[in-house]
Ligand binder design. Sequence first.
Ligand code: ZN
Length: 203
Amino acid sequence: MRRSRNPRSCVACKRERPPREMLRVVRTPEGEATLDEAGRLSGRGAYVCPEPQCVALCLKKRLLEKSLKCEIPEAVRTRLKELAHVDEESVALAENALNDEVCSTLSLAHRAGELLIGQDRVLDAITAGQTLLVVLSCDYSETLMRSLVLKGTAPRIMTEVSRLELGRLLGLRQAQIAALPAKSGFAKKLEELLPEEGGNAVE
Ligand SMILES: [Zn+2]
């Protein structure tokens, strides 16, 4: 079977390149993700540039999981990092890029008037039956987390954003919690950027 020469786009940077210049991860018919190093495997494939930042970003944002709709085994992650020479610097750059996206999405939502800010407003809205996507700063209080869990809410944690930073972003002294209607486009974007707790984090 001849492999297509049509350009493919990278799951991380979206740039198009010939497939032979990229790393390809395939979902086999058994539903397992595997790295197609020889370029021969058939199955649904996802492509990423062999550059450290693209691989770091795609692991951090779980882009291969999203594209292939299956788990990516640890061995595949490790091999991708090896092949692309992912180092601490590229991981830090990927984290920064992700964090910038989270922050800009929140400020856009804020400017669009969709954001509920602060514990009281968010908890009241949940009690009133609103379906919200709740985000917390990394230094959230355990008491607040317990109140949310008691109300059946599973907040997303912004691992790089502190109360002070969230506050600054929203024009307040500090803020540890914000929420927006789950059906809002901004909420969908944030859901993509912030993995659920318990998902396997990529370090
Ligand atoms: Zn790329």
